[in-house]
Design a protein around this ligand. Structure first.
Ligand SMILES: Nc1ncnc2c1ncn2[C@@H]1O[C@H](COP(=O)(O)OP(=O)(O)OP(=O)(O)O)[C@@H](O)[C@H]1O
Ligand SMILES: [Mg+2]
Length: 359
């Protein structure tokens, strides 16, 4: 740990497929590289193959075909206990009959480390996750957040080359989830351990990741930094899955986008012609004059710092988040003219009608 810094290792999957049966293709020809010391999140709807991918990296599931490398060494057929990888689960999987110290020390004991080393490393791991002083506590006398920290300490104490997380926060309430995810991120950065993190919570993925890999139906749909995926989603599926957006039919001439009769400047490497215009809610401004896309107010909810509106137009509904109350209080059925900031606009192919299966 701090005394012996972890040498960050890359993880690589080459054309990895997992069939559970002829019909169930859980993971379908996945190529994935995780750079040393980075945290990459697998994000996608239920059943898209996230856990199976993680379990194949851990060695808990055998790939049907393809190759897996950890630290440039092929591990495709190596048993889990020889891979130098540890996994943190959603259910903390703590040993109920052991106290906090014993839970964290267990792996080192199995590895027959000297007693003094076990003691110092275990206490160090507990300090890292902020549990110093609780080593003699029974695990069933801990809060959910504390239990998850014990699970994290138990993984860290092994000084693995790779840390794997499978929805580690989903048993925690919203506030705690935020705090523990920041702790995980801090620790991961500080220790520089290559990590693969699985979640289906897009906000969690945006907050914690160096890179996000969006999966659907066993395949990788797109990978990129949180900012890349949010601002330049490759498909409507990704745009829908990360953040929220409205999609309107429009036309692009290389310099400006036209929706209905209203045009606004926008530059993007995409062929001119018919397009689907993705509009993020924060990209919308209310126009004070009639220069803008004419819509009517369908609904509005005042949320304090912002007001959420849905505007309807002949080209489709548009969801908007406007700071404060907007310019003047707008009521249902009022006419509103909208303008768009280019930063929250992204053009997709006109025929991209892919719907998010969760929505
Ligand atoms: N042991 C198994 N035997 C048969 N099919 C399985 C097995 N494990 C997973 N599957 C199937 O493989 C596919 C991918 O499952 P996986 O658990 O990887 O999804 P996931 O993305 O982790 O989903 P979730 O978000 O619900 O955890 C699903 O269709 C699932 O039903
Ligand atoms: Mg899963």
């Amino acid at each position: 740990m701090t005394s012996s810094p972890i040498r960050a290792a890359p993880v690589r999957l080459e054309d990895v497929t997992k069939l559970f049966s002829k019909e169930v293709v859980a993971v379908d020809q996945v190529d994935l590289t995780v750079e040393p010391g980075t945290l990459v999140t697998l994000l996608g709807p239920s059943g898209c193959g996230k856990t199976t991918t993680l379990r194949m990296i851990a060695g808990l599931e055998r790939a049907t075909s393809g190759r897996i490398f950890i630290d440039d060494e092929e591990v495709t057929r190596l048993p889990a206990n020889l891979r130098d990888v540890t996994m943190v689960f959603q259910s903390y999987a703590l040993f109920p009959h052991m106290n906090v110290f014993e839970n964290v020390a267990y792996g080192l004991q199995v590895a027959r480390q000297p007693k003094e080393a076990i003691r110092s490393q275990t206490l160090e791991a507990l300090a890292m996750v902020g549990l110093e002083g609780l080593e003699n506590r029974a695990t069933n006398a801990l809060s959910g957040g504390q239990q998850q920290r014990v699970a994290l300490a138990r993984a860290l104490v092994m000084q693995p080359k790779v840390l794997l997380f499978d929805e580690p926060l989903s048993n925690l309430d919203a506030k705690l989830r935020k705090r523990v995810r920041e702790d995980i991120r801090d620790l991961q950065k500080r220790l520089g351990i290559t990590s693969v993190y699985v979640t289906h919570d897009q906000e969690e993925a945006l907050a914690i990741s160096d890179e996000i890999v969006v999966m659907n139906l066993g395949r990788i749909v797109q990978r990129g930094t949180p900012h890349e995926l949010y601002s330049r989603p490759a498909t409507r599926f990704v745009a829908d899955f990360i953040g929220s957006a409205s999609f309107l039919a429009g036309h692009y001439d290389g310099k400006a986008v036209t929706i209905g009769g209203f045009s606004f400047p926008h530059q993007q490497e995409t062929p001119a012609g018919e397009v689907t215009v993705m509009i993020r809610p924060e990209a919308i401004r209310l126009s004070t004059d009639r220069a803008g896309l004419e819509t009517t107010v369908r609904s509005s909810s005042y949320l304090g710092a912002v007001t959420d509106f849905v505007f309807s137009s002949p080209h489709g509904d548009i969801a908007a988040t406007i700071p404060g109350e907007g310019l003047t209080p707008l009521l249902r059925d009022d006419t509103a003219y909208l303008t768009f900031r280019s930063a929250g606009i992204h053009l997709l192919p006109a025929n991209d009608r892919h719907k998010n299966p969760d929505s």
